[in-house]
Design a protein. Structure first.
Length: 155
């Protein structure tokens, strides 16, 4: 199973406000059983092995997790941000750190989706309005290719 594909449903669940359900012990136990124990649902603590090369927006971490091992490891971190225009500073942070890419999709009411890579890590960032939780930036990070927000067709 390609563990990178798991990061996208995890990110989608976070964006839909399922964070409290994901933080539950029974969910973590179920995921550990499926993955053979290669999961860290850190709650509000960034996983200790989160890549230092990937800068995160300043703000409260509302959810963090890691899944997999070795080259198949993925990390997911959600940070509260000041508003829908936070993508501007996030894009600058990433490009200053040596990543290329941009926020190709921007929402009509703020927020947006961007993909970035530095050759070692791929980063998918989604800035969105999380309702009563305010604005958040969700980072899905993998080694190698940028996680794709949509599946690609194979010939």
């Amino acid at each position: 199973m390609n563990r990178r594909l798991v990061a996208l449903p995890l990110a989608a669940a976070l964006l839909l406000g399922a964070t409290p359900a994901l933080a539950g012990c029974s969910f973590q136990t179920a995921v550990k059983n499926v993955t053979g124990g290669n999961v860290d649902i850190g709650g509000t603590s960034i996983p200790s092995d989160f890549p230092k090369a990937v800068p995160l927006a300043d703000g409260q971490v509302v959810f963090a997790a890691a899944l997999g091992a070795g080259k198949d490891k993925v990390w997911n971190v959600t940070v509260k941000v000041s508003g829908g225009d936070a993508y501007t500073s996030i894009e600058k942070q990433l490009t200053t750190a040596g990543f290329s890419g941009d926020f190709g999709a921007r929402g009509d009411n703020g927020g947006g989706t961007g993909t970035f890579s530095d050759g070692t890590y791929g980063v998918l960032v989604v800035v969105t309005d999380a309702g009563s939780n305010g604005w958040v930036a969700n980072y899905s990070v993998s080694r190698g290719a940028v996680p794709s927000p949509t599946p690609t067709a194979t010939p």
